[in-house]
Structures are given as C-alpha cells and as structure tokens.
Design a protein around this ligand. Structure first.
Ligand code: SF4
Length: 329
C-alpha cells in the first residue's frame, strides 16, 4: 500500500477506497520521541522561527518518511498550509489540494469530494462501502469511548484524546485500529469510576504539551470533552457522506464550533473550559470571540514547542482549577 500524507482530517474514506494508506503527518510528528528534532530540522531547512511548530513538524515528518503524495487542505484548515504545500512541491512531492467551502455550500463540497475520488482513481461505490464499514465498526465505537468518558466517568481525558485524535487516519489501518478499540472497551468495563470533581472541556487544536492531561487530573480535573478530537471522529450518525463532512465543524466558521461547544457544555455539565492556542497560530485571535460567546469560566493557555508544561502555565492552571473548585462550593 502506498502512503499518502495528510495535513489534517480529509475524507479518509476515499483514501482507503483507493487502496492507499493515510498517514496523518501531525501524529507522526507529535508521537515521535524526537519531536524537537523535527522542529530543528525544519528550521535548518529555512522555516522561520515564527512559523507554528505543527507546520514545521508536518514538513519534517513528510521528509523523514519520504512521502511521495500529500493531500493538502488549502481551505478550511490553516493558511500556512499553502506555503507548506508549495515547499513540499519543490521537494518533488505531489500535492493533491482539497478545499472545504467556508460557506458550507453542499454543491461545492460535493464537487471537491468527487474531484478527490477522481484524482485517487476510485469510485463512489467503493467509497460508500468503506464509509459503511467505518461508521458501523469504528466511528460508532469511538463514540462509545467518548460517552464512557463523560457519561460513565470511566475513561481518562488523555485516553479519550488518544483514540479520537487518531481517527484522522485510523493509524493507517482501520481494521487493526478497530481491534485496538475493542480491547480498550473490554478493559474499560472492568474499571472503577474516575472520582475527579471538576469537569473540564478542552477546546482548540491538539496541544504540544506532553503532560497537560496528567497535570489537570493531578489538580482534580476530569477532561470530559476534547472538542476538535471529537470532531475528527465524526459522531454524526448519517449515511450521507456529504452531510458528514458538512457537519464536521473544524473547517468552517468559529460560530459553528461555538454551537457545538455550547451543546457539550450543557450536556456534559462542564465547569470550565481550557482553550489551547498554538504560538504563531492565527486561531489565537478567535479567543476574543470565544470569550464573548461562551458564558463559562475559560482559561487560554499557549504552547510553542513539544515538551512539558512550563512553570507559568502550571501556576495559571492551578489558579484556574482552584477558582472552579470555589465556584462549585
Ligand atoms: S496550530 Fe494553527 S498555525 Fe499551526 S498548523 Fe494548526 S491551524 Fe495552522
């Protein structure tokens, strides 16, 4: 199976149907023991210091794995992806562009999906077969893990993050990934409930901090919502492929995301929100809107390079958790 690199979630059903192995380059970067080296290598290749770490990590991951084709989301993810895909192209990598329409126009998205099907040389029927399989055997079970997290308090926030974030590429093999989920679900059922009192929602792109979840738990918090990671898992229960990718909130406006976050705050009885922002990311500005529109205590933390939490962020988290505890009393 030939690898195809992806820079964010794309209609992965098409990649599998065409017989390729999807590789989410973000995951390759962040799960590497030498992720700092990825940043260093990108900077040595000329990436400015003021480029976000994820972009530098994706670049180095692509080079390290000698990926030949990359599907680059040129609308609906990150404006830096434009320049990144052009740099990759100059290194001989084939770039397949994919665009989510900002206005959520069904026809435009349909057109983009058909274009990708055509480009990868598969058929609508084959794609729908994969979709059915993924929906029944994998996405449904990921949704179950999510509900074991917030309804039953049996799954830790970090475990929830791990399974949901990996649904962008299903670790390249959704059959093996399903086996892993099945084993995990069997184990969950034997567990005792997590007795943390403060229910936290995590919003924003996945963090580069390696000990964030652990630290929040040590302060008495239970992360019951991983916003973007949950979106990657697409828990929408629709047999319509176009509708599925229209319900996916991440590529569209911040207001669509806010509706989803509000719903989670109510249904999951969230006490406070941690909004993670990446240094040098344009999404940092959206914090202004989130603060105006979300009527709940919200702490914004910023991460730059992969590694442990810095002392200042730890103190801010401690103060925030203390305030939430006081509010609860
Ligand atoms: S964190 Fe922001 S700047 Fe970095 S890749 Fe993601 S969207 Fe782009």
């Amino acid at each position: 199976m030939e690898n195809i690199g992806i820079t964010t979630t794309v209609p992965v059903e098409i990649i599998f149907a065409a017989g390729y192995k999807p590789i989410d380059l973000n995951n390759v970067f962040i799960t590497s023991k030498s992720s700092s080296l990825y940043i260093e290598n990108a900077e040595k290749s000329g990436f400015p210091r003021t480029t976000c770490s994820w972009i530098k990590g994706i670049y180095s991951a692509c080079m390290k794995l000698q990926i030949k084709k990359v599907i680059a989301v040129i609308q609906g993810d990150c404006s830096n992806t434009h320049a990144l895909s052009e740099i990759l192209q100059t290194n001989g990598i084939e770039i397949i562009p994919f665009a989510y329409p900002y206005d959520k126009d069904e026809k435009t998205l349909n057109h983009e999906i058909l274009k990708l099907i055509d480009n990868l040389g598969t058929t609508w029927e084959a794609v729908m077969d994969v979709k059915k399989n993924l929906d029944i055997n994998v996405r449904r079970k990921l949704n179950l893990i999510d509900s074991y997290t917030w309804k039953d308090n049996l799954v830790h926030g970090e475990e929830n993050h791990y399974y949901l974030v990996n649904s962008s590429d299903f670790n390249g093999n959704y059959i093996k990934f399903e086996d892993k989920i099945d084993d995990f679900i069997k184990e969950i059922k034997k567990r005792d409930k997590i007795l943390k009192k403060i229910r936290i929602g995590y919003i924003g792109v996945p963090s580069v901090f390696t000990d964030l979840y652990e630290y929040i738990e040590s302060l008495g918090g239970h992360i019951v919502f991983n916003e973007i990671q949950r979106q990657f898992s697409m828990p929408y229960n629709t047999s319509n492929m176009i509708e599925q990718y229209l319900l996916y909130t991440y590529p569209y406006s911040i207001f669509v995301r806010i509706e989803d976050i509000r719903e989670a705050i109510n249904s999951r009885k969230i006490d406070g929100i941690i909004n993670y922002v990446q240094t040098f990311c344009f999404r940092h500005m959206e914090d202004i809107i989130l603060r105006k529109r979300l009527n709940i205590p919200l702490l914004t933390i910023e991460g730059d390079k992969p590694g442990n939490l810095d002392a200042r962020t730890k103190i801010r988290l401690e103060t925030f958790m203390e305030m939430l505890k006081q509010n609860k009393h």
